[in-house]
Design a protein around this ligand. Structure first.
Ligand code: NAG
Ligand code: NAG
Ligand code: NAG
Ligand code: NAG
Ligand code: NAG
Ligand code: NAG
Ligand code: NAG
Length: 361
């Protein structure tokens, strides 16, 4: 029995246990995690320095995890892990291609995962695109002189026409890129294009989140940091970009406006932009998960999990896993209810790294 096989079994067992155990502990605040929404569950993996990225497979049930690293130097890591959310089993069949970090992977409708830019482990920041075919697990590396300058921690959104928009990000000197330039990468023909946006262009930033609005016509960005690595004021944190006119706007918002965050993640879930973790907030004052109601394109509304009167009951299951040292969270809205308050349940289970020792070398 190979060592990896053992490890996968352990991960599987831990996940199983997590679902059973119920204790009310808050997960640690985290940055650089990945968050992927599959079938009513938000899978939050890793965080802090693990720095991986993941996507939902074309079958809508496989979580594909790329990159990341172990805190333990002698742990063998594969570059790609796939987690079947139905059978709750892991597999790694992909070749270990190039390892990059601090990037946002996106998957198009053909099941190709695009890994633009990022940083080689402890090294150079690049501007090529690695393409991982999640169906036949083959790799391709696209270098193109018309690609945007090398960057990490940028914003990326897949448009309905299978073009990816890349925005902002950070260069090798901690500098932030402008969001006036909107980079378009057509996944149908691997062609780069750049266009200039207008309107209330957000100041240079990196570490923000970007999602496609419910109407498929605008990108919503939140948070990030500026050149001096400072957070933004809430009034300078939330913007929309019309994908056709490329005009930026500051949306109307109501509700209790949260502090801006950076290196968080955002996903769209039903009518919400779900913001998970990040930094610059106090867990005593704000929920790790923020909900922005984006149903009305002209007026968004902040709703937090803690003070959520939306008659939604949310179950959050969080646990950490060894080896990839990831944390798996699942948010399942499992029933509508009439009670005013929303329950916010968190399950946490931590396995100390030392526990890996019984695997031997
Ligand atoms: C996956 O989900 C998308 C969007 O909901 C849908 O269009 C597609 O048909 C689904 N694919 C499968 C294999 O279920
Ligand atoms: C990938 O690398 C890991 C760690 O070195 C190794 O255990 C695994 O066998 C490799 N996978 C493949 C498919 O080569
Ligand atoms: C992609 O190819 C280019 C040119 O051959 C090379 O410089 C670069 O390191 C490659 N990138 C990756 C991620 O393998
Ligand atoms: C995988 O599929 C792509 C097309 O989607 C094809 O270009 C490529 O050659 C295939 N690779 C392998 C190893 O089958
Ligand atoms: C970037 O910022 C980090 C701290 O956040 C610092 O350690 C590093 O030296 C900076 N790099 C450059 C090139 O300024
Ligand atoms: C995809 O949509 C965007 C936004 O509307 C547009 O700018 C771009 O030209 C489109 N790409 C293609 C290949 O049609
Ligand atoms: C804000 O609300 C006003 C009045 O409803 C509307 O005219 C305007 O377009 C809205 N602004 C944005 C950016 O949606």
């Amino acid at each position: 029995m190979s060592r990896n096989y053992l490890i996968f079994n352990i991960i599987w067992l831990i996940i199983q246990r997590l679902i059973e155990v119920n204790c009310e502990i808050k997960p640690q605040r985290r940055i650089h995690h990945s968050a992927t929404y599959i079938n009513n569950k938000l899978y939050i993996l890793g965080g802090q320095d693990i720095d991986e990225t993941d996507v939902d497979g074309v079958d809508n049930k496989t979580l594909i995890l790329y990159g990341g690293r172990s805190f333990q130097t002698n742990v063998n890591m594969n570059l790609v892990y796939m987690f079947d959310t139905e059978s709750e089993s892991w597999k790694t069949t992909a070749e270990n291609y190039t390892h990059k970090r601090s990037l946002s992977g996106l998957i198009n409708s053909n099941g190709k995962m695009y890994l633009f830019g990022g940083r080689f482990d402890y090294g150079r920041i690049v501007n090529d695109i690695l393409i991982f075919d999640t169906v036949n697990t083959s790799w391709r590396n696209v270098t193109d002189s018309s690609a945007p300058a090398p960057r990490i921690n940028y914003g990326a959104v897949l448009l309905p026409n299978q073009t990816i928009i890349y925005l902002g990000g950070m260069n090798a000197n901690n500098g932030s890129y402008s969001l006036r330039e909107v980079y378009l990468y057509d996944t149908n023909n691997d062609h780069w294009d750049v266009k200039l946006s207008t309107g209330s262009i957000p100041s240079n930033r990196h570490g923000f989140s970007a999602v496609l609005g419910l109407n498929g016509q605008q990108i919503i960005i939140f948070g990030g940091r500026n050149e001096k690595l400072n957070e933004f004021d809430p009034s300078n944190s939330l913007y929309t970009l019309n994908i056709n006119s490329l005009q930026w706007n500051i949306p109307n918002v109501s509700g209790k406006i949260p502090k801006s965050r950076h290196n968080h993640k955002a996903n769209v879930f039903r009518k919400y932009m779900v913001i998970s973790f990040g930094t610059n907030y106090d867990q005593k004052d704000e929920s790790d998960i923020l909900l922005l109601d984006i149903n009305d394109n002209n007026k968004f509304k902040w709703t937090s999990l803690k003070h959520n009167n939306n008659k939604l009951e949310i179950l959050l299951i969080i646990g950490s896993i060894i080896v990839i040292i990831v944390t798996v969270a699942s948010i399942g809205i499992y029933k509508y209810k009439k009670r005013k308050e929303t329950q916010y349940e968190i399950d946490v289970d931590r396995v100390p790294l030392d526990d890996l020792s019984f695997l031997g070398n």
